[in-house]
Design a protein around this ligand. Structure first.
Ligand SMILES: Nc1ncnc2c1ncn2[C@@H]1O[C@H](COP(=O)(O)OP(=O)(O)O)[C@@H](O)[C@H]1O
Ligand SMILES: Cc1ncc(COP(=O)(O)OP(=O)(O)O)c(N)n1
Length: 274
């Protein structure tokens, strides 16, 4: 028998395979973690945008959660697209009975501009899910909504990460710099230290699902027992390689390359500074 770590993603779908549940499961597989999934919303989308969304009932989401949690308890979990307050409250209820690392990618709006979380939930996520989080990974617009001020540079990102940890109750936060200019710098705060995770910015339109891929890689590493900072550093390497070696797929913002890390990365390749 082979012993393997397992991880759970609770999120929406992307039939074109670049974001959501499909991306998360591919990343778990790449990182040699047994992947499991609970679907919250079925999304008709591709590299060009979101065409339609159907939310599953709370009752049915709960049945999926119970099916997984009572049979194969994961070593770590993540949430992505959690579109409604009812979904958040259900997940918070289930989390009260678990003590595993939990990564929140607070998905609010897709790159195409389509909304993936309703307005009320953007506020409610702060006191339902975030207090349970081991790591929260907002992009700049998401972090601005969570903390209530604008983020223009790394100093603002530091302040936002600090609010998410010290005031909203997460254990750690990574404010991602994909939406800022210059090098792709993400700011991690773990309640004690700040770390700048820096990579070159690549000129590419193939960025569909970057946030999902990054947070899934972090979740996989936490499932394997890595400490928060080490898991985030590996996640940064994983997403950087996935962006650097794009796949020629799709007519819009194409997917990232989940094989990029396997093909290229050497541990410690990215610059990390305190
Ligand atoms: N063009 C790029 N080149 C290199 N890294 C990027 C680029 N765009 C985003 N990233 C990185 O991808 C990760 C996801 O960030 P971001 O795109 O901001 O998230 P989201 O998909 O949630 O909007 C971060 O580590 C960010 O720094
Ligand atoms: C079902 C689903 N979940 C999340 C996203 C957004 O993913 P993200 O990684 O932020 O990338 P973009 O879509 O913004 O490129 C999604 N599209 N679908």
């Amino acid at each position: 028998m082979h012993k393997v770590a397992s991880a759970l993603t609770i999120a929406g779908t992307d039939p074109s395979g670049g974001a959501g549940i499909q991306a998360d499961l591919k990343v778990f597989q790449e990182q040699e973690v047994y992947g499991m999934s609970v679907i919250t919303s079925v999304v008709a989308q591709n590299t060009l945008g979101v065409q339609d969304v159907q939310h599953l009932s709370i009752d049915f989401i709960e049945k999926q959660l119970d099916a997984v949690l009572t049979d194969i308890p994961p070593q770590a979990m993540k949430t992505g697209m959690i579109a409604t307050v009812d979904m958040m409250e259900l997940i918070a209820k289930k989390l009260a009975n678990t003590n595993i690392p939990y990564v929140i990618d607070p998905v609010m709006v897709a790159k195409s501009g389509d909304s993936l979380m309703d307005e009320k939930s953007r506020q409610v996520i702060r006191n339902t899910l975030i207090p349970h989080a081991t790591v929260v990974t907002p992009n700049v617009p998401e972090a601005e909504i969570l903390v209530g001020f604008e983020i223009h540079d790394n100093q603002d990102a530091e302040k936002a990460a600090k609010v998410i940890v010290n005031e909203l109750g997460a254990k750690a936060a990574v404010v991602k710099g994909g939406h800022l200019e210059g090098a792709a710098v993400d700011v991690l705060y773990d309640g004690e230290d700040f770390y700048y995770l820096k990579a070159d910015r690549f000129e590419t339109k193939h960025t569909h699902g970057t946030g999902c891929t990054f947070s899934a890689a972090i979740t996989a590493e936490l499932a394997k027992g890595k400490q928060i900072k080490d898991a985030v550093v590996i996640g940064k390497d994983f997403i950087t390689d996935a962006i650097q070696y794009p796949l020629e797929l799709g007519n819009g913002h194409g997917p990232t390359n989940h094989w990029g890390y396997r093909l290229k990365s050497l541990p410690g390749q990215r610059e990390v500074s305190k």
